[in-house]
Structures are given as C-alpha cells and as structure tokens.
Design a binder for this molecule. Structure first.
Ligand code: A3P
Length: 294
C-alpha cells in the first residue's frame, strides 16, 4: 500500500511524499538488523514524536551523574537515516536511539540482552507532533492541512513507513511480557506529570530509570536532572548550547510545545472518535493505558 502526500519545498518545487514500506530499502533494514552493539549500550526505542530527545537527555545525565548538558545532540547516536558506521566512533556507554519497530531492531540488542528503554505517548498527541514535524521541517515542508495529514497516520505504515503506531506499541508490549527485565516502558504523560505536581513526588519516572539503568544517582541529583530536562530548559540548551550538525533548517524547533492534550486544538469530535475506533481495532486486548490529558 502506498499513500502520497504533496510537498511544497521552500524553493517552490513540488515533491510527492510516499508513505510506504518500499521507501526504505532492504539494504537499510539489513544494516540496522546487523548493527553491532556493545554490552554497555542502552537502546532507546520510540515511535517518532514520543519524547525521544527528552528521555535521551535524561539518560545521559543519569549516566554522567551530572546536570551538565551533553554538547552533542542525540542524533549522533541515531540509527535511522544515518551512515551508522559513524556510531563506532562514539565513546561508551552509548545511548543508541532508533524508531524502527521491534521486528527490525538490531539482532544483537535482543541476543545480548541490552537494556531497552521504550518511551510511548498517546497517539493523538503523536499525530499533532508528527504533523508539525512534517510541516515545519525544511526537508518536508508541506502545505497539507491536519485534516489531510491525519488519515496518513491511520495507514498501515503510519508516517514512518515501518509500521503504524499501534503495531509499534503492541510489538513492544508483547516483548515486555516475554522479557520483563530487559525493558523499561515509560509513558510521556507520566514524565510530563512530573511538572504538574510538586517536585517532591515528581521524579518517579526518572527514579525508575535510575534503578533500571543502575546509574546510582542520589535523590537530590534526580530532582536536579528533572529540572534540567524540563521542556523550557531543554529548549534553551538546544538553542544556545548544543552542537547539531544534522539540523538543516535552523528555524525548525524540535522542542515545539511539549504538552499533553494539544490534540484537542486540532481534532474535531469526529476525528477523535475515528481515532478511538482505529485504536480499538488495531490495538485489541492491550493492557497499555494512554492518558489524553493530565
Ligand atoms: P510536541 O511537538 O508536541 O511539542 P521526539 O523527540 O520523539 O521527536 O519527540 C518530540 C516531542 O517531545 C515534541 O512534542 C517535543 O516538544 C516533546 N518534548 C521534548 N522534550 C520535552 C520535555 N522536556 N517536556 C515535554 N515535552 C518534550
């Protein structure tokens, strides 16, 4: 199945964007599947727009036991769309990050029992965040409206060609049942909750990460990491400090809004019901519990 989206590039030229499995060659799949991992790598798995950057920064701080921002952006350790041989130059411990689904995860991540952190976010906010990513980024700049975009997210391959959001989270749910000690699942909404409550009870998710990764940070440092990785602080660090040679358009901001429930500003009642139905059909018998507002 192929879905097309019309893109208008900044120079005015028009490109048709295909959402289909065929876009990524089997060569890319093989490279990812056979990617050599190190025993001390951490593997951060996310469907796009689910909080990858956020959790990557938190893990780096936990590992370094410091709230100093890492100069390099997470894209240095990003497996998708890259010449992944460059990842061999990164010092250990690496926080590898990848959007490929479970069935396309590097085989050694599974065979070597590498620690996996999976971040998941409610699908409606993922749709809005993905829409902005497609619309605002230089390469993919599009004039399509949200109404035109949403059906693409409900296709077999989602926006990311590999599989839909529902398939993605279901695959990791199944994996978690079989390998509960190898993976930590984090909800974006639980992390965000952090800043809605008092900081005292706010660091639950980061505490879980600290225990799972064995990073040994004390409570006071965990609280500082939570603050250093708040939306506004990361946005500022990204704009003023971090080194990002992968960013082609300086205007594009990965730290867009960072809210839970922004979908309500985009979805009509009909669209929301349509998505609820789609989730019920495509994610049956799940024990995952997504929150759509805080
Ligand atoms: P929005 O587009 O809804 O603002 P990813 O890193 O997987 O591409 O996810 C990007 C999304 O995570 C963006 O969502 C971004 O704003 C949000 N995000 C990043 N850091 C965040 C933080 N500290 N707090 C809340 N949201 C954050």
């Amino acid at each position: 199945m192929t879905t097309k989206m019309k893109l208008v590039k900044p120079d005015g030229s028009i490109l048709e964007f295909h959402f289909a499995k065929g876009l990524h060659s089997s060569r890319t799949y093989r490279h990812i599947l056979n990617f050599p991992v190190r025993e001390d790598d951490i593997y951060l798995a996310t469907y796009p727009k689910s909080g990858t950057h956020w959790v990557w920064e938190i893990i780096i701080m936990l590992q370094k036991r410091s709230t100093d921002y890492e100069k390099k952006v997470k894209e240095f350790a990003f497996l998708d769309h890259r010449d992944i041989s460059t990842l061999a130059d990164l010092p250990s411990p690496r926080v590898l990050n990848c959007h490929y689904p479970r069935h396309l995860t590097p085989k050694e991540v599974l065979s070597k029992g590498i620690k996996i952190v999976h971040v998941q976010r409610n699908f409606k906010d993922v749709c809005v965040s993905a829409y902005h990513h497609m619309k605002d980024s230089h390469e993919r700049n599009t004039t399509s409206s949200f109404d035109e975009f949403l059906p693409l997210m409900l296709g077999t391959y989602g926006i990311y060609w590999y599989c839909s959001w529902a398939d993605y989270v279901r695959q990791w749910e199944i994996f978690t049942k079989a390998h509960p000690d190898q993976i930590l699942n984090i909800y974006f909404e639980d992390l965000k909750q952090l800043f809605q409550t008092t900081l005292q009870d706010s660091v639950q998710e980061i505490r879980k990460l600290n225990t799972f990764l064995g990073t040994g940070c004390k409570e006071a440092l965990i609280e500082k990491i939570a603050l250093a990785c708040s939306f506004h602080n990361l946005k500022k660090a990204d704009a003023e400090f971090k080194e990002n040679p992968f960013k082609k358009d300086k205007r594009f901001d990965m730290y867009r809004k960072g809210d839970v429930g922004d979908w309500k500003n985009y979805f009509t009642v009909d669209q929301s019901e349509q998505v609820d139905k789609w989730i019920a059909q495509n994610l049956p018998e799940t024990q995952l519990a997504f929150r759509y507002s805080l």
